[in-house]
Design a protein around this ligand. Structure first.
Ligand SMILES: NC(=O)c1ccc[n+]([C@@H]2O[C@H](COP(=O)([O-])OP(=O)(O)OC[C@H]3O[C@@H](n4cnc5c(N)ncnc54)[C@H](OP(=O)(O)O)[C@@H]3O)[C@@H](O)[C@H]2O)c1
Length: 316
């Protein structure tokens, strides 16, 4: 791909979109375009059609979505299903009609059935029922995967879907009400350290196992999908390694320099015992992660310290 290829990154201010933007800039791409949701509401079909007709990008990365945790999914099921379908339908359909050859769609591991065997393989898609708490989001994402697959099949265009594992890194969400486990722990350990190394209370037993990927590695996978024609329609992206929540806490404790005690509140739920992606398909075609967890956490903590107090404002 030429370095002046026009590439539109939908959701370029989000955690994933901004990492993709940085990665492409770093590789020398000079013709990147992005719009905030205020400038271009991707739910607005007329506006999306007009934007793509005017800008005519050669490739699109879809990192725009309405995202959120269990609470938000539970409280706003209609918005999670409808807005995500609107965003992706508008982008995918307008891209097809505008003759755009390359489209990278980003989903999430929640597309796989709740009780699918571990590690999760791509072929487990639609083999059983979903986790009810986020099925609204998952069903929208599954339709995105299927639309891109249908375009490959019917129109022979290079539309591909990547399903990331749990991501963390720069521009993460550190709001304790809505954040994921890893950034929440970084904040808790940091604040406890500042508070004379007070105890850190964490939910559950610490035994569940989870996989994490540094968002800059995810961005590298997106660039790989952009620069190469991938033979399949769907790929998992992760490290392929999981650790216990207890090990995660100990790693973050070490990185932040907290010297107090970790207290496990066993009265709180543990969640799914294990969630790990099978990433052998990406490996087979030549991509794998490069940032180990302690290194990625150290980089994320450094970013947290630099941006403390201004997380909302620091987005690009
Ligand atoms: N973070 C993770 O751990 C993780 C894990 C697996 C998969 N993913 C996937 O990666 C993708 C991106 O996630 P993220 O973590 O980067 O989310 P994020 O930080 O919340 O960013 C989402 C982006 O979507 C844009 N957006 C939302 N609604 C829009 C609308 N109506 N019109 C235009 N833009 C809109 C937002 O734009 P504005 O900022 O301009 O409002 C924002 O830039 C999602 O598909 C998600 O499922 C993320």
């Amino acid at each position: 791909m030429e370095k002046n290829t026009k590439i539109y990154i939908a959701g370029h201010r989000g955690m994933v979109g901004s990492a993709v933007w940085r990665a492409l800039e770093h590789k020398g791409y000079t013709n990147l375009i992005g719009r905030t949701s205020k400038e271009l509401d991707l739910k607005d079909q007329v506006a999306v059609v007009a934007f793509l007709e005017k800008e005519k990008p050669v490739a699109i990365i879809d990192a725009a979505a309405r995202v959120g945790g269990i609470l938000a999914n539970n409280d706003f099921p209609y918005q999670f299903l409808m807005e995500n379908m609107q965003i992706q339908n508008n982008l995918i359909d307008s891209a097809l009609k505008a003759g755009i050859e390359k489209f990278v769609f980003l989903g999430s591991s929640c597309i796989y059935p709740k009780f699918a065997p571990q590690p999760l393989k791509e072929e487990y898609l639609l083999t059983d029922s979903l986790e009810p708490t986020n099925e609204w989001y998952a069903i929208a994402k599954i339709t995105g995967v299927k639309l891109c697959q249908a375009i490959r099949k019917q129109f022979n265009k290079d539309y591909v879907s990547l399903m990331p594992t749990n991501l963390y890194g720069h521009y993460d969400n550190f709001d304790l009400q809505t954040s994921h486990v890893l950034p929440a722990m970084i904040r808790k350990f940091h604040e406890a350290k500042e508070n004379n190394h007070a105890d850190v209370v964490l939910w559950g037993s610490g035994t569940p196992m989870r996989e994490f990927l540094f968002v800059d590695d995810m961005a590298e996978a997106v660039v790989y999908a952009l620069e190469n024609e991938l033979p399949e329609y769907l790929y998992n992206v992760g490290s392929g390694k999981d650790i216990t929540i207890k090990e995660l806490a100990e790693t973050i404790q070490k990185v932040t320099g907290h010297q107090g005690t970790i207290v496990w509140d066993a009265s709180k739920p543990d969640g799914t015992p294990r969630k790990l992606m099978d990433v052998s398909k990406m490996k087979e075609i030549g991509w794998q992660y490069s940032t180990e967890l302690n290194e990625g956490i150290a980089q994320t903590y450094a970013w947290y310290l630099e941006n403390i107090g201004s997380f909302k404002e620091v987005k690009m």
